[in-house]
Ligand binder design. Sequence first.
Ligand code: NAD
Ligand code: MG
Length: 396
Amino acid sequence: MSGRQRITVLGATGSIGRSTLDVVARHPDRYEVHALTGHSRLSDLLTLCEQHRPKLAVVATAADAGEFAQRLRDAGLATDVLHGEEGLCEVSRASEVDAVMAAIVGAAGLPPTLAAVRAGKKVLLANKEALVMSGGLFMQAVRDSGAVLLPIDSEHNAIFQCLPGNYAQGLAQVGVRRILLTASGGPFRETPLAELATVTPEQACAHPNWSMGRKISVDSATMANKGLELIEACWLFDARPSQVEVVVHPQSVIHSLVDYVDGSVLAQLGNPDMRTPIANALAWPERIDSGVAPLDLFAVARLDFQAPDEQRFPCLRLARQAAEAGGSAPATLNAANEVAVAAFLERRIRYTEIASMIEAVLGESPAGPLENLDAVFAADTSARHLAGQWLTRWGR
Ligand code: NAD
Ligand code: MG
């Protein structure tokens, strides 16, 4: 390897961002940080800037940028400050950047992630919402620019590790029968159905195996996350929705599996710690230490598997429907889910109404073709508008 890789971390203050910087800090000989971005929690961003001394930091607004620049100067740092979507895109496509960790949560991550793709960077994709929204356009941009797209989502990183290097020829060509996408089942896997209407955001965010941001924690509880991941897998590995089967595996030790025509099933195992897929993608095709403890199979002792219960997890059924419908339907599903999760976290709707809202918005949004990015953002905006109307209609 020649020289150190320069990295931009989009969403540095989040769960994935911080795990990324933990791995990066273990290998100062290999990586240096070009830019860090954060939307809120500017004190956390300042601490990260002190630790990693990036050339640039990106914050949300011009007012934040002015204040943050002063705090950086007071701390004796030479980091320059940009702001807003243009600032995010600039640090993603900058010529001196080798790799971009796309770890902003939600649709807000699409423009900078796409900017990194179009600039032909090595793109470490955690921000699944970006790919779900823009699917075919995103993958076409990867092919056009020659960007190297590496999945960070633990399941997709596991699948990537279990596939042969030439999988882009087509799953059938390389002998793959099915992708088995594992799911923990989240905190409400065994909660009596009648109690789901009254569960709180705190309960929903208390994931049994993974420590994550609040939005993805709620998505894991509803399994909207697994639905988004089903769509993500279809785009990343050029699979049909029917080729991706969801398997509930409560221990979260197997991160996903690939089933081959000869009957071989390959799995990737490890402790549930995102630093493993992050280190895998950062160093790919090499391997580096991630700080994750070795897997103790004797402590794990057993691995359980169940079929997902669609009555308990209606969001999974809705996502499969959107995947089958294609076109704008996944963007609609994603936007409705983002609005619903935010409303649930603000205690404006019940947990069970997340699925009701998504179903209503999908029902009112005929799936159209996504010919360009404007169509993606139009579907996103329309779904957010319909979701807002749902909230008004029900007095929330
Ligand atoms: P998080 O909430 O902990 O962090 C989100 C980051 O995005 C923060 O840095 C925040 O400042 C930034 N952000 C939020 N809104 C923004 C906006 N409008 N503009 C710019 N920046 C904004 O989330 P997370 O758990 O780190 O998840 C990040 C992404 O990674 C999500 O797409 C999630 O689905 C995916 N992911 C996370 C995990 C995990 O274990 N946490 C696993 C797989 C995939
Ligand atoms: Mg995942």
